[in-house]
Design a protein around this ligand. Structure first.
Ligand code: ZN
Length: 201
């Protein structure tokens, strides 16, 4: 039964499709938005539309950014000979928050999901190979920092197998990151430690 007006129902429905938002949260958010001053709602809508339009993948590391090359790839202060491979831009953000990493990244935008048949063409792995092909500057180390979930491990193993013949040093972030751990929820100290104690594969 439709208790609310169609407009409110539409809003609740749209919000409910966002990750982590159940029916109750969607309802709460919808009423919050409806009670916000008009100019705040206009601003929110504008920010959403602009972000969606402008944000794209960095042409080097594939992170989400709003410039052709993201600020990290464009920075001359970063060590471009070390590439940390992460699953998502939020993982990159988690490592940036530690302030302990000065290399650059490669964002796969996902993992292999062997159980669902999701293969390397569905993540940004080719782009990583292309970077290694160009090898400019000389890439000294690739740090595999995919999550320690089944799919994260499968992805790390796959990448190792593929790039090992190139003779580049490949390391995996150490345990301390709990099994099945989602990088973004792990505190900065644990994350720094996992990076410090990375092991060579
Ligand atoms: Zn980049």
């Amino acid at each position: 039964m439709n208790y609310y007006s169609t407009q409110i129902t539409n809003l609740i429905e749209e919000l409910r499709h966002l990750p982590g938002i159940g029916s109750k949260s969607a309802q709460r958010l919808a009423f919050h938005i409806i009670n916000m001053p008009q100019e705040h709602v206009d601003h929110l809508a504008e920010v959403l539309v602009t972000a969606r339009k402008k944000v794209r993948y960095c042409s080097v590391c594939c992170t989400l950014t709003d410039t052709e090359i993201c600020p990290i790839c464009a920075s001359t202060k970063r060590d471009h000979s070390t590439i940390m491979v992460v699953e998502h831009t939020k993982d990159l953000a988690a490592y940036e928050k530690t302030g302990q990493y000065n290399g650059v990244y490669h964002v796969l935008q996902g993992t292999l999901v062997p159980s669902m048949g999701k293969g390397p063409d569905e993540i940004r792995f080719k782009e990583l190979e292309k970077r290694l092909d160009q090898d400019d500057p000389r890439i000294k180390e690739v740090i595999l920092a995919t999550n320690s979930s089944l799919d994260g491990e499968a992805t790390a193993m796959f990448i190792t197998k593929k790039i090992k013949p190139r003779g580049i040093k490949i390391t995996r972030i150490a345990s301390g990151v709990p099994i099945g751990g989602e990088l973004e929820y792990i505190d900065e100290v644990t994350l720094s430690r996992a990076l410090d104690r990375r092991i060579e594969l």
